[in-house]
Design a protein around this ligand. Structure first.
Ligand code: 4GX
Length: 243
């Protein structure tokens, strides 16, 4: 079982999203455990202060290092774990990808640190976080929604979390291509018909059609996933652009 320990100033943000659907069921069935830790608990002084103004000026507020270090140390003493990783959610981090989520799913425990305001004291990066992770090139108001995305994406890779049909390995990105289109009943809807091949019962023809559609969908919607010759190699967009 994978355990996610999430350190946040807003634990209540997590209450709804982690209870519903596949992730909610995975938690109920014991495939994944999520523990929420209110950073305020390790706040400093009577006010339980967690943030302060940055040295050198510049405005805004920054999370102080002591509460974050104390939180992680408390988690480690209270719930010892073997293979673990401490991840700071931030737009400066390595982009969260399919393969990265798969790697995290193999760990015993992941500690997710959710920053707020302008960010965190640099010593959190230097001495506490193993890794900085981003969910994309956009700026949010805190690391909580990114942490939920990590939790959701990682849970899908834990054996038993997805049913048979939804095996994480046969999905978009598993083979580096987008998925081919899906159709269900009715056969005709507002003049738009389900492609005949899907109702032909010819499984080889269907597989061939799907492969062609996946390639075409990738070429038109996400050409960045393909090499110049149209082939797929497992590299990141950044690695591809370097060439
Ligand atoms: N992918 N944000 C974090 C504050 C912050 C900044 C630096 C730690 C270090 C984001 C993203 C994101 C906004 C969450 C800034 N905390 N996080 N926050 N994109 O935009 O993960």
């Amino acid at each position: 079982m994978l355990v996610l320990d999430i350190v946040t100033l807003f634990p209540s943000m997590f209450f709804g999203p982690l209870d519903a659907g596949v992730l909610g069921r995975a938690r109920k069935n014991g495939h994944v455990a999520i523990r929420l830790h209110d950073l305020r608990r390790w706040g400093i002084g009577r006010q339980r202060q967690v943030d302060d103004t940055p040295y050198g000026g510049g405005g805004g507020m920054v999370l102080r290092p002591e509460p974050l270090f104390a939180a992680v140390e408390w988690i480690r003493t209270t719930y010892p774990a073997g293979r673990e990783r401490v991840i700071l959610l931030s737009p400066q981090g390595r982009k969260l990808r399919h393969e990265g989520a798969r790697e995290l799913a193999a760990l015993e425990r992941v500690i997710l640190l959710c920053g707020r305001y302008e960010g965190v004291d640099e010593r959190v990066r230097e001495g506490l976080a193993d890794e900085e992770m981003s969910i994309g090139d956009l700026v949010l108001t805190g690391g909580e929604l990114p942490a939920m995305m990590v939790a959701d994406a990682v849970a899908r890779f834990i054996p038993g979390v997805l049913g048979q049909s939804g095996a994480a390995e046969k999905e978009s990105f598993a083979d580096g291509l987008l998925e081919s289109p899906y159709y269900t009943r009715p056969v005709e809807f507002r003049g738009l018909r389900v492609p005949d091949v899907l109702m032909s019962g010819d499984h080889r023809a269907i597989a061939r059609w799907r492969a062609g559609q996946a390639r075409e969908a990738t070429r038109s919607k996400r050409p960045d996933l393909l090499d110049r010759d149209g082939s797929v190699t497992r590299r990141t967009g950044a690695e591809r652009r370097e060439e």
